[in-house]
Ligand binder design. Structure first.
Ligand SMILES: *Cc1c(COP(=O)(O)O)cnc(C)c1O
Length: 390
């Protein structure tokens, strides 16, 4: 726990975390991030004093702020990133008998959101360079039942949305982007969602823009989808006494909207620091032949929700780094098509070789806003030491 002296609000980084790079370098930084919790409590006071517990102006303001940042007409706050995807698919009428194309290298929620509509998730393998869906393989997976594509912008690197858009147009498919990693990311200057029917974001504590629990936001330029999602997150109510269709309760919590708004002021710093740290590691790792980085492109603004790369002897490197206090992690060791939950799809090892290879070789290092130059320097040094010492 932080003592009160640790809660300096300006730099919000307690000194003991700054001094020694050999101190644990963690993925989790929430204690530091919310060291200024007293300021947030002050903001929450208004919610409590006004009894403004469901929806209300704090949610409206955040929705507008979020949509404006991403150059979208509408933002709709919902209960989680998972619900953002699920409700959007439901709002499009997708359900049993339909197929939805997505990638097998992602977090469970992408596929969970598709499967729980009753639609069948259809996997298309990812590219080794970037870990995003291989758009060139999508058309061969399209059938007469395909209704939508749910691409993931892995780690905050926007996938080939222009090509995706062409394919979707040709086959009359919707695009619902899983942009949970991609807050503030751009491709050719465009944010997530510009080539899609909707883009879905998560405010989970470990996402780039985060809250004190669960939350999600859908952005869209479609008036129809905006209206429908507002109904669906709130019991299908058009007024206090009138229900247009039976639906869900998945509102963005008002208290969480206040937290997100508070962190919004820091989003630029959060994003820039992640990029700076990633650039530093890129420079150092480009000299290590056992590590394979993604090709970086000037037209991409990657926001590095994760800093992940392929590496030789991954499991031993992971142990070595952990032994040195570096919280390296595997996102993720088992691709979705090989999960027990996907047994009904009857996949087997070898079906999506790129996703499987990535799962065996991928590693992530923390690059969040509390990682400073000493930390990245230490991580780079330890990785090099591991390979030199083998
Ligand atoms: C976090 C995440 C989600 C789900 O978001 P929640 O807010 O945790 O429900 C969906 N897709 C991806 C790729 C994610 O990383």
């Amino acid at each position: 726990m932080l003592n009160s002296e640790g809660s300096s609000s300006r730099n919000f980084l307690p000194d003991q975390y700054k001094r020694d790079a050999a101190l644990p370098i963690n993925h989790n930084y929430l204690t530091q991030q919310f060291a200024d919790f007293q300021n947030i409590f002050e903001k929450l006071k208004n919610v409590v004093l006004n009894n403004d517990f469901t929806l209300g102006s704090s949610v409206d303001d955040l929705e507008e702020r979020f949509a404006t940042l991403h150059n979208a007409k509408f933002g709709i706050g919902v209960g989680s990133g998972t619900d953002a995807i699920f409700l959007t698919l439901k709002a499009m009428g997708i359900g049993p008998g339909d197929e939805v194309i997505t990638a097998p290298f992602t977090f469970f929620a992408t596929v969970g959101a598709i499967a729980t509509t009753g639609a069948k998730p259809v996997f298309v393998d990812v590219e080794i360079d970037g870990f995003n869906i291989d758009v060139n393989k999508i058309e061969s997976a399209v059938t007469s039942r395909t209704k939508a594509i749910v691409p993931i912008h892995w780690a905050g690197r926007i996938c080939e949305v222009e090509k995706l858009y062409e394919i979707a147009k040709k086959h009359n498919l919707s695009i619902v982007e899983d942009a949970c990693h991609a807050v503030a990311a751009t491709r050719n200057g465009s944010f997530a969602g510009q080539f899609a029917d909707a883009a879905c974001f998560s405010l989970h504590p470990l996402k780039n823009l985060n809250v004190w629990g669960d939350g999600g936001i859908v952005i869209t330029n479609s008036e129809t989808l905006n209206r429908k999602l507002r109904l669906m997150r709130n019991h299908g109510l058009v007024s206090r006494d009138e229900c247009e269709e039976f639906a869900f309760n998945s509102r963005l919590d008002t208290i969480q909207a206040v937290i997100a708004d508070h962190l919004f002021d820091k989003l630029e710093t959060i994003t820039d620091t992640r990029i700076r740290n990633a650039n530093f590691l890129d420079k150092r790792f480009s000299k290590i032949s056992e590590i394979k980085l993604h090709t970086r492109h000037g037209y991409l603004k990657e926001v590095f929700h994760l800093y992940s790369f392929l590496c030789e002897d991954r499991d031993n490197l992971l142990d070595f780094l952990k032994g040195n206090g570096i919280d390296a992690k595997i996102h993720y060791p088992i691709p979705l098509h090989l999960q027990k939950a996907a047994a009904f799809l009857n996949h087997k090892p070898g079906d999506f070789p790129n996703a499987e290879m990535i799962s065996r070789k991928v590693l992530s290092l923390p690059v969040h806003e509390f990682i400073d130059e000493e930390h990245v320097e230490f991580m780079a040094r330890k990785v090099k030491e591991f390979y030199v010492g083998r």
